[in-house]
Design a protein around this ligand. Structure first.
Ligand code: PBG
Length: 311
């Protein structure tokens, strides 16, 4: 009876797996603050892609972990940089089965760790960063990314990238705007995952956790600029922003269950303090219930298998 009257269902096709791929050979590297998640080598990445495709999830979101960083994040626009190389691999191996998506942001590639380039005084330079994002968009699209995840929170980034893609003929490459992206402590483990060099915080470009209207407004602006999908991030502490965005949006609304949300549940479960499977399932159902059409979650593949078992 409960299954029959359930208001919210989660399906594998609505889950997106974020993945980290590191430059250089060797073995995959475990991320200590995210047990079960690793920085892949290209070999282990290929295997994980096959698993993701077999699980029938909706897509993968790729992040690169480069060997070298510099002030402008050159690795991000190098066609042979790790993210673009990994994108070509994913497009070739599973591009027909899953939507290959890429993080379009400079923070993994800059030696100062910010999402943009800096001006002479050390502040993030919004408009100079847009030029770098335009270049990144072209390289990512040419590498086979089907959906560009604009996570840098620069003003005008959606319009800039959309115009650049259209001018170059990449009219089928879609744009996912991380619109309501908050300056959150819950990104902590991600910073280990990508070996972030950041000192300080991102408060000059990410949103204040105290503000809900502002998050919704950012989504409306991004839709006007041409976003195909808008996102709220993190998920669990921002379900109100998610619900309001979903009520007002004319495009799909996604949510990102971030590294800290993952780490908290894994840590509590490892201590025997909560039931791992129930907590994971409940967290993702709740994000769907609040209005997310799809969810980025590090549990995407495992959860997809569970959903199959109980379907
Ligand atoms: C920026 C980016 C971040 C995350 C996704 N894209 C980090 C940040 O803004 O500090 C965080 C994801 C997570 O915590 O799981 N490229």
């Amino acid at each position: 009876m409960r299954r029959l009257v359930a208001e919210t269902r989660v399906q594998p096709a609505e889950l997106i797996l974020p993945m980290f791929v590191r430059e250089g050979g060797g073995e995959p590297v475990a991320i200590s603050s995210m047990p079960g998640v690793e920085q892949h080598t290209l070999d282990s990445f290929r295997r994980a892609l096959a698993d993701a495709a077999a699980a029938g999830i909706g897509g993968v979101m790729l992040f690169g972990v480069p060997e070298h960083k510099d002030a402008v994040g050159s690795g991000a626009t190098d066609p042979d940089g790790i993210l673009n190389s990994a994108t070509r691999v994913a497009a070739a191996e599973i591009g027909d089965a899953l939507v290959v998506q890429t993080d379009l942001c400079l923070d993994e590639f800059t030696d100062h760790g910010h999402c943009g380039v800096l001006d002479a005084s050390g502040r993030v330079d919004n408009d100079a960063t847009l030029e770098r994002y335009r270049e990144m968009a072209l390289v990512q699209a040419a590498s086979g990314s089907q959906l560009l995840g604009l996570s840098g929170m620069m003003d005008g980034q959606v319009a800039a990238v959309r115009a650049e893609l259209d001018d170059a003929g990449f009219i089928d490459t879609a744009v996912l705007a991380y619109s309501g992206k908050y300056a959150s402590a819950f990104y902590g483990p991600f910073r280990e995952a990508v070996q972030s060099s950041l000192v300080g915080d991102r408060k000059s470009y990410q949103l204040d956790p105290a503000n809900a209207r502002e998050g919704v407004r950012e989504a409306m602006l991004d839709i006007d600029e041409g976003a195909d999908v808008v996102m709220v991030k993190p998920a669990m502490s921002y379900l109100d922003v998610l619900a309001e965005t979903a009520a007002r949006s004319e495009v799909p609304v996604w949510a990102y269950q971030v590294s800290g949300e993952y780490a908290m549940i894994e840590a509590a479960a490892a201590n025997g303090w909560i039931d791992r499977r129930r907590a994971i399932t409940e967290s993702v159902v709740s994000i769907r219930r609040a209005g997310a059409d799809a969810v980025l979650t590090y549990w995407a593949v495992e959860l997809a298998h569970w959903l199959r078992e109980t379907a």
